[in-house]
Design a protein around this ligand. Structure first.
Ligand SMILES: Cc1cc2nc3c(=O)[nH]c(=O)nc-3n(C[C@H](O)[C@H](O)[C@H](O)COP(=O)(O)OP(=O)(O)OC[C@H]3O[C@@H](n4cnc5c(N)ncnc54)[C@H](O)[C@@H]3O)c2cc1C
Length: 661
């Protein structure tokens, strides 16, 4: 094994300070299997008659936020839900294609809660908390029951039972799906539950409202400042507790599979007010996306991982072979995943499949048009599956994905293999939370992709929907009461200094953007930031590259504030203005991501440091030094962030070099 990583911490001197260690104090110290039961029993309750006196703000109506708001409304709390789309139904969760995991063992293939727990911890390269992951695996089965009861049309097999397929990093079939539209169908289920509460009067929804500040009073989260995106009005909303279910920050890379609107503003504003940011550098690059087509592209499209159940990935054995793939005979094809990882084959986890694709393309075996002299594409071929199962069966499983591919590329994947390449897809990092999903600011809870909680350094496919719904339907409704048992808290006046300060800072930012009158568009800054992040903090990171990126991002940020141009006014729907605020926050987040990546001088999961790899190019962890969550505290605009380490303790799973061979 080779590791040229230096152990001396002076590599990153001056970029951060180290603060006191932290720990999760909410998971009970009982055997793993009893922890959630015990926590639910120990958490204090709020009498049903008192619940309506408690006001809960939920920001976000994706799967995490909508399920939380609906369940808390059903419990009788007074809930206000905020989101920036015109309908709660349009949250980014709607894009999820492939499926949702649950340990039901319907296929009788040795699945169990323990196996889902084990696969998830191993898949995350041993950088997640055992307590949280075990609870997620336990709760997974309830999610399916709840969704079925809501009428979510999961695929069924001939006997009527729900069907399952496999996703990467596992050897069982535990992924429930609704064709290639699982997120949409689950979101419709959560949405109707939410609307039911709206009709019942427990939930009020605020569409087209963007949270731009968190209000913190006496150390507790007490409200938010939002901008009405249609009228420009800046509004204050106060409550007893605030929940963020505001999604991930993959769009810091500009090009990603995320919805165009996905951003970091809500969590970043909370971070600036004291919420620690956990593992910001852990980003997931998904192996099966449609390759970048040109300089003016602003969005990348995912081809679901489910396709790897039947599609086989290969490149020609000869470098630069530009024959029609159908003319390349079997013995001249390299099915490199099947060759390198015979046990898991095409279903290795995403980080491994992505790096392998990059490697073969870097070596000159890639296919498709050349970008800067390199073809960045590999084949995903359904020839065998169509021959074995027939076209109708393949179409029944993946038809909408095939249609989407054909609409975008003009090629018919039933006839010609798809061309795919890795792209930014998901962020495992997010606001640090304890077992109750409470952030380091009391009264601020975080759910779904917005928190860092369950996936360690790499998320397994079909587990984000599971986590979002676990957090919203089952975890938060059983933990938030423990905090609210001390409420309702003293009313906050709208002229409280903390509110006045938060409103003033929002107004000042909006005014700056609208009056700066620089020469560069918001998008040009975002695109440049994305290029820096992809190049130096993407699939492979090195000390030299990350240091360069930090310097470049700082320069770009200064230029942004000096030279950004935003047209239009505040009192209208102004997308340039919305994006300006989001890009301002991405510019700060990007720097923290690079600092986090630089300080973590090991490779783990999606975080691959060029200097830390095994002889055969796999990620090489350093458990002796880095088996911890990096929770970053904001220290001020020009101050080095403070690193708090939460040690990861493995009592049930042995730490091992991850192997899928
Ligand atoms: C193309 C694609 C396919 C995927 N497929 C799968 C899959 O098959 N299985 C799987 O498990 N995972 C999948 N994922 C991942 C999964 O979809 C997401 O991780 C998950 O849906 C995130 O849900 P969420 O509720 O946390 O956030 P989101 O769905 O992103 O919702 C965020 C919500 O927050 C609101 N919001 C954000 N910021 C603000 C603000 N400042 N003010 C007000 N409101 C705000 C938004 O309006 C929105 O309502 C996929 C992801 C992509 C990109």
């Amino acid at each position: 094994m080779t590791s040229t990583i230096e152990r001396a911490s002076d590599l990153v001197q001056g970029l951060y300070r180290e603060g006191a260690a932290i720990a999760d104090t909410k998971a009970p110290e009982v055997p793993l299997r009893d922890r959630w039961e015990q926590r639910k029993f120990a958490a204090r309750l709020v009498n049903p008659a008192n619940r309506r006196k408690m006001h809960i703000i939920v920001v976000g109506t994706g799967l995490a936020g909508a399920s939380a708001a609906a369940t808390l409304g059903e419990a009788g709390y007074n809930v206000s839900a905020f989101f920036y789309q015109d309908s709660a139904r349009r949250a980014h969760s709607i894009a999820a294609q492939g499926g949702i995991n649950a340990a039901k063992n319907y296929k009788n293939d040795n699945d169990s809660v323990y196996r889902l727990f084990y696969d998830t911890v191993k898949g995350g390269d041993y950088r997640s908390r055992e307590s949280n992951v075990y609870r997620l695996a336990e709760v997974s089965a309830n999610i399916i029951d709840q969704a079925v009861a809501q009428g979510v049309p999961f695929a069924r097999e001939y006997g009527g039972l729900l069907d399952n397929r496999s996703f990467g990093g596992v050897q069982v079939s535990r992924t429930f799906y609704a064709r290639g539209q699982t997120g949409q169908q689950l979101l419709l289920g959560a949405y109707q539950a939410l609307e039911r509460q709206v009709a019942a009067g427990t939930v009020t929804t605020h569409s087209r409202h963007e949270m731009l500040e968190l209000v913190v009073v006496d150390g507790r989260a007490r409200g938010i400042i939002v901008r009405d995106m249609v009228t420009g009005a800046i509004e204050t909303h106060l409550a007893d507790v605030v929940v963020l279910g505001t999604g991930g920050y993959g769009n810091v890379f500009y090009l990603s599979t995320n919805a165009m609107g996905s951003n970091v503003t809500a969590t970043w504003r909370a971070h600036r007010k004291g919420a620690y940011f956990g593992n910001p550098c852990y980003t997931q690059i998904h192996p099966t996306c449609i390759p970048v087509a040109g300089d003016y592209q602003s969005k990348l499209t995912l081809m679901s991982e489910s396709l790897r159940n039947d599609g086989r990935i290969w490149v020609p054995k000869k470098k630069g072979d530009d024959r029609d793939p159908r003319q390349i005979p079997e013995d001249e094809r390299d099915y490199y995943l099947e060759r390198r990882y015979p046990a898991f084959g095409n279903l290795v986890p995403r980080d491994i499949a992505s790096r392998a694709a990059k490697q073969v393309c870097d070596e000159g075996y890639g296919v498709g048009p050349k970008v800067e002299g390199v073809s960045r594409g590999v084949y995903l071929d359904f020839g065998d599956a169509i021959a074995r199962l027939g076209r109708p069966a393949v179409s029944a499983k993946y038809g909408n994905l095939f249609d989407m591919y054909e609409r975008i590329t003009g090629e018919n994947p039933y006839e010609v293999p798809m061309r795919i390449y890795p792209a930014v897809h998901y962020t495992m990092g997010g606001l640090w939370v304890d077992y109750d999903l409470q952030s380091s600011i009391p009264g601020l809870y975080v759910a779904g992709e917005a928190n860092f909680s369950d996936h360690g350094a790499n998320r397994l496919g079909a587990s984000a929907l599971m986590q979002g719904l676990s957090d919203g339907y089952f975890v938060l409704p059983n933990t938030i009461n423990d905090y609210l048992a001390d409420g309702p808290f003293e009313k906050i006046a709208s002229d409280h200094p903390a509110v006045v300060e938060a409103v003033a800072s929002v107004r000042q930012r909006v005014n700056h953007f609208l009056t700066n009158n620089g020469s560069r568009s918001v998008d040009s800054f975002h695109r440049e930031l994305g290029q820096i992040m992809w190049e130096y903090c993407g699939m492979e990171r090195s000390e030299e590259g990350l240091k360069f990126a930090i310097g470049r991002i700082r320069e770009l940020r200064a230029e942004f504030w000096r030279d950004v141009k935003v047209l239009g006014t505040n009192e209208e729907l102004n997308q340039a203005l919305e994006r300006a605020g989001r890009v301002a926050d991405f510019l700060e987040l990007g720097e923290l991501m690079c600092i986090d990546a630089l300080h973590r001088r090991e490779s783990c999961g999606g975080h691959f440091r060029a200097e830390s790899q095994t002889e055969d190019g796999e990620a090489l962890r350093h458990d002796d030094e880095f088996a911890y969550v990096a929770a970053w505290e904001y220290a001020g605009a020009d101050e080095a962030p403070v690193l708090h380490k939460e040690a990861l303790v493995y009592e049930n799973i042995e730490l091992k070099q991850r192997s899928y061979k």
